[in-house]
Write a protein that binds this ligand. Structure first.
Ligand SMILES: C[S@@+](CC[C@H](N)C(=O)[O-])C[C@H]1O[C@@H](n2cnc3c(N)ncnc32)[C@H](O)[C@@H]1O
Length: 273
């Protein structure tokens, strides 16, 4: 059993590094995830992991503890409606707005294992041939190096491709390799995977036209959420759009962000600089 001091120690470390807030009552979650990590590291128990982290901490170990506490649940075209509004409203409007620069930049800002940025890439390839002569970039970032590596690899299991991915897109953009499905180079070429911690400075992620930051702020406390929303808005170009998860309310969003409803999806558009 994890004791109160260990819970306080690990939950403080996870919150300070990643923003993930583990309230009292989440002892079972911390315990089960860290028991598994202790096993992987060849340690006998959480006690041993605690002593090692407290008295011989290394950046790698700290990273492994934070990674163990992330929830990487994701699937292709998650919630469907935001992708419909990208296709039917947001991208056509941005094409008009950016027709002089001929550039468009997307950011999947907690991309987990890549299903979200690959879904954006498929929308672009399927419906916006005209953009093939534009400079289009999708930045896909996460705090979890393991998740990013998997996304960059573009290798998905049958169970993963069964979740949300229409069969015709699977056949068109993936190649079967034994028990796995590999994303083709056309989609991969659109996406740059990199590690970005939403708690830190957003280096190299600015001038975005669309930011998807979905199902991550739910793990943070109100103040952290608000601070991150302000930084996300700064990273958007005027006219750019922010998408959050369907159940997420953006408390503290600056007034320059105007709520837009397209069909069954809500997003926010930045009106001025
Ligand atoms: C539930 S997944 C959501 C994935 C995807 N956006 C979706 O909606 O399907 C949440 C992701 O947020 C990431 N995450 C948690 N804290 C983070 C932080 N401080 N900075 C960046 N990513 C973070 C986790 O590693 C995890 O992959």
């Amino acid at each position: 059993m994890i004791n109160p001091e260990q819970f306080r120690f690990f939950s403080d470390m996870v919150r300070q590094t990643s923003g993930i807030s583990l309230q009292k009552g989440k002892e079972y979650l911390l315990e089960s995830r860290l028991n598994e990590l202790a096993r992987v590291l060849g340690l006998r128990s959480i006690d041993e992991l605690y002593r090692k982290t407290k008295f011989q901490p290394t950046p790698k170990l700290k990273e492994q503890i934070v990674e163990a506490m992330t929830t990487n649940e994701t699937y292709f075209f998650r919630d469907q409606h935001p992708f419909d509004s990208l296709k039917n409203h947001v991208i056509p409007e941005l094409m008009e707005l950016r027709k002089k620069e001929r550039r468009m930049k997307f950011w999947s800002a907690a991309c987990s294992t890549g299903q979200e940025p690959y879904s954006i890439a498929m929308i672009l390839k399927e419906h916006f041939q005209a953009l093939s002569s534009w400079k289009v970039e999708i930045i896909a970032s996460d705090i979890s190096q393991q998740a990013i590596d998997k996304g960059r690899n573009g290798r998905f299991t049958q169970v993963e491709v069964n979740r949300g991915l229409p069969i015709q897109l699977l056949i068109k953009y993936f190649k079967q390799n034994g028990a796995f499905w590999m994303v083709n180079d056309t989609l991969k070429g659109l996406i740059k995977f990199r590690k970005v911690n939403l708690m830190g400075p957003f280096i190299g992620v600015s001038g975005m036209d669309v930011i998807m930051c979905r199902y991550v702020l739910i793990y943070f406390d109100q103040k952290t959420k608000k601070d991150i929303l302000v930084k996300l808005v700064k990273a958007l170009n005027p006219g750019g759009y922010l998408f959050l998860g369907a159940t997420e309310t953006p408390v503290g969003l600056p007034p320059t962000m105007k709520r837009k409803v397209f069909g069954r999806s809500t997003c926010w558009q930045k009106t001025t600089r």
